[in-house]
Design a protein around this ligand. Structure first.
Ligand SMILES: N=C(N)NCCC[C@H](NC(=O)CCC(=O)O)C(=O)O
Length: 447
């Protein structure tokens, strides 16, 4: 069956800001309390979506979440009118207010894990929203994510959207950022590779010492079970705990795969040789040969990988053949990475084109091109069955740009989160957005 990969990018919400909420994410911590530009962030994201759609890649979007999250604030004891809730949270605990205001759902690689229909026992595409329970500001995203996914993938003959895993450290789940599907073809059964940072029920297993391992093996195994994956085609690999301690808080900061190609850093996995052997063997059973593009530490250090987000690139199969690597501008500004990339595309290997995008606003919170997208491989029938209003087209882009320009601020400082007007503006923006996307009643405030 022919199938095509769609990248569902997170549309950046109007409250995009730098609050330093993600311990272990170097960029989030370094840019804490600096001023953001939500308008520019949204336009940078839209420019990427538009360019990929224009090149013939499947491109769609996931809408932002309502902010601030009043349910969270009220559950933590802030009372009164919406304006009073904001004002008392701002006075008592600005960090809680920032958590309730985070635009982090823009990083849709963490929205869910997706198994396309050729991999699952019931022949449907399965989605499990990630519980993201390692960070307060991300731990409640799954509620709205499930709602949006159920609205878009509403046809239960084709799609199954599960609830998130139990929100407890044993089942820490960060979604597709730690999940890579390798295959001969999107429409053929593939190998699903789950990368975890620690094992809850085996306390002597290696784990990082400095920064948290957000994904557990137990969570990855549970998602594979929920999706009805064939155990012979699901592979579980441990991330190198030392790289987590150097700021590699998700596997997609150190490796990316597409088709039969795995582009990865030598220090990505705890046991590189065994991991690669296992993958190669399992992939061979599906009729595909693994092409491993290994980046040596002598060419690019882990620090350079984290600073440039080389591996947080999108590896894309061009409709006309060959693969392009979409990298953030920071890769061209890092001398070692820049040199490496020039050699990579000239090497005669599978990656023969570079696309460079300015995603600085998102990058400053540790979100590169690959963080901004959720990959969903769909057959033609499935693509026709999903909600069409979220598919990126020139026409949709042309409606969204003025919508952003009308509603988004061009500067947001931490103190601005205390301004009750920001909540009013956000609500108006999202209300209008549901009209543009044709997704009525997407948010609680609309019910
Ligand atoms: N690697 C992938 N797939 N995603 C990147 C997510 C970045 C996100 N940053 C933040 O949540 C920062 C928010 C702040 O500090 O304001 C995170 O750490 O979870």
């Amino acid at each position: 069956m022919t199938a095509r990969e769609y990248n569902f990018d997170g549309l950046v919400g109007p409250s995009h800001n730098y609050a330093g909420l993600s311990f272990g994410n170097v960029a989030s911590f370094s840019n804490v309390k600096s001023e953001s530009n939500p308008r520019e962030a949204a336009l940078q994201g839209l420019a990427k979506m538009r360019a990929l759609a224009a090149r013939g890649f499947g491109q769609a979007l996931l809408p932002p979440h309502a902010r601030p999250n009043f349910a969270l604030l009220r559950s933590l004891g802030f009372t009164g009118s919406d304006a009073q809730v904001i004002s008392s949270a701002a006075k008592t605990s600005p960090v809680i207010l920032a958590a309730a205001y985070s635009a982090s759902p823009m990083w849709t690689a963490n929205a869910a894990t997706v198994s396309p229909s050729p991999d699952t026992a019931d022949g449907r595409a399965h989605f499990t929203p990630a519980n993201l329970n390692n960070k307060l500001h991300r731990s409640y995203e799954h509620v709205q994510t499930a709602r949006a996914l159920r609205a878009i993938f509403h046809d239960e003959r084709h799609f199954a959207v599960h609830d998130a895993l139990p929100p407890t450290p044993a089942f820490g789940d960060e979604g597709a950022a730690n999940h890579t599907r390798l295959c001969a073809d999107h429409g053929a059964p593939g190998v699903e590779m789950f990368v975890y940072g620690r094992v809850e029920f085996q306390p002597d297993a290696p784990s990082p010492r400095r920064f948290p391992a957000r994904q557990t093996r137990e969570a990855s195994e549970a998602v594979a079970r929920l999706h009805g994956l064939d155990p012979r085609r699901a592979v579980f690999i441990q991330q190198d705990p030392d790289t987590i301690d150097q700021g590699v808080f998700h596997n997609d900061v150190i490796a990316v795969g597409n088709g039969n190609v795995l582009f990865y850093h030598q220090q990505a996995f705890a046991d590189e040789a065994a991991s690669l052997d296992g993958l190669r063997r399992v992939l061979a059973d599906t009729g595909a040969d693994l092409v491993a593009v290994r980046v040596d530490a002598s060419d690019v250090t882990v620090a350079d990988a984290v600073g440039s987000y080389l591996f947080n690139s999108q590896l894309l199969s061009r409709p006309e053949g060959g693969m392009a690597l979409l990298v953030p501008r920071e890769c061209r500004e890092n001398a070692a990475v820049d040199r490496y990339l020039d050699r990579l595309v000239a090497s005669g290997g599978p990656i023969d084109e570079l696309l460079t995008f300015d995603l600085r606003q998102s990058m400053r919170n540790g979100g590169g091109p690959a963080c901004l997208r959720l990959r969903v491989a769909l057959t033609e029938q499935e693509a026709a069955a999903m909600h069409q209003g979220v598919i990126m087209t020139e026409a949709l882009h042309a409606r969204l740009v003025p919508w952003v320009q009308k509603h988004y601020r061009d500067r947001l400082a931490p103190a601005d989160l205390a301004d009750p007007q920001l909540a009013v503006e956000t609500c108006a923006a999202l209300d209008e957005l549901t009209g543009i996307l044709g997704l009525p009643s997407l948010y609680d405030f609309q019910c």
